[in-house]
Design a protein around this ligand. Structure first.
Ligand code: C2E
Ligand code: MG
Ligand code: MG
Ligand code: MG
Length: 291
């Protein structure tokens, strides 16, 4: 039990279960119930067109409001969920909330696409394709309105590269995005080999752009490379005007970051959209609008 809850592939044994391990162990056992109780929910972060500033999409980001520990960020429980084999359930939960949100917009004739993060481990789940397909069908959302953001590490795996899972997902009409591009095991050839539509420049580069020429150069290189391969480019972590202007001038397609908006809970997203576009997406009367 101790070894299973430990991180990494190599089991290590500690004489005493420290406070942190104990908490992780406990959190792991609580994930399923936390989803059922609504403790695990999502926030949405707008993504805008870099040239026109129109909102083009929202990224769905998971949140856990724990009754005793307070707000637990995804970086503290996604990895845990992967290790204990619960990441598939978390993905289904997030996908469900994202597509339900998308459906409510569709009911008001608003076609706003949603992005959902897809972890490494999910790509090797044999039923992933059928789960994504049935989630789309259940909510009546066309695949075109869904983007799955893959962390870069996920596609390096040989079994994933050799399987048809990405092509099959792509055939559902959805878009595939390579998240956190430029970190980890970057492989440029994969961008060409895999059915990827989009890359997201990792925020570690974007955050440094206003102060570092080196980071700007990296961003520019990624944009040029991606465009030469026919891919769209999203920059995440845009926090200031200077960075926004630099990216727009470099031809980056879409922007996401605190400058545009922080990730917002559903009701605050509604207000943000209303203030931004004048479209009251919560009211049933807003027919035939496109954001
Ligand atoms: P990510 O997919 O790269 O998401 C972007 C992260 O950057 C989010 O952190 C977001 O809040 C943050 N961010 C956005 N704009 C800015 C900015 O301008 N400045 C700064 N400093 N940060 C910004 P968050 O929500 O804590 O999520 C962290 C990571 O957890 C995500 O990185 C993603 O890899 C993972 N994650 C989140 N939700 C899910 C999920 O539903 N499933 C899976 N598998 N992973 C998820
Ligand atoms: Mg992401
Ligand atoms: Mg990212
Ligand atoms: Mg990330």
């Amino acid at each position: 039990l101790l070894a299973a809850a430990d991180s990494g592939g190599v089991a290590s044994y500690h004489p005493v279960l420290d406070q942190q391990s104990l908490r992780r162990l406990q959190l792991g056992t609580e994930i399923e119930q936390a989803m059922a109780d609504g403790q695990i929910s999502v926030v949405f972060q707008p993504i805008i067109d870099a040239q026109t500033s129109d909102i083009v999409s929202v990224e769905t980001l998971v949140r856990w409001a724990h009754p005793r520990y307070g707000s637990i960020p995804p970086d503290d429980f996604i990895h845990l969920a992967e290790q204990i084999g619960r990441i598939g359930a978390v993905t289904d939960h997030v996908l469900d909330l994202a597509l339900a949100r998308c459906r409510r917009w569709l009911d008001q004739d608003i076609a706003l696409s949603v992005a959902v993060n897809l972890s490494v481990h999910c790509l090797t789940e044999p039923d992933l394709l059928s789960r994504v397909r049935s989630a789309l069908q259940r909510h009546g959302v066309p695949g075109e309105l869904l983007t799955l953001e893959l962390t870069e590490g996920s596609v390096v795996d040989d079994s994933v590269r050799d399987s048809t899972v990405l092509a099959d997902l792509h055939d559902l009409g959805l878009r595939l995005s390579m998240d956190d591009f430029g970190t980890g095991y970057s492989s440029l050839s994969q961008l060409r080999q895999l059915p990827i539509d989009e890359v997201k420049i990792d925020k570690s580069f974007v955050l440094g752009m206003s102060t570092s020429q080196g980071e700007s150069f990296i961003a520019r290189s990624i944009i040029e490379l991606a465009h030469n391969l026919g891919l769209r480019v999203v920059a995440e972590g845009v926090e200031d005007e200077m960075t926004r202007n630099l990216l727009a001038e470099m031809g980056c397609d879409k922007l996401q970051g605190f400058l545009v908006s922080r990730p917002l809970p559903d009701d605050r997203l509604e207000n943000w959209l209303l203030a931004r576009t004048g479209v009251r997406t919560a009211s049933p009367g807003a027919a035939h609008r496109r954001l």
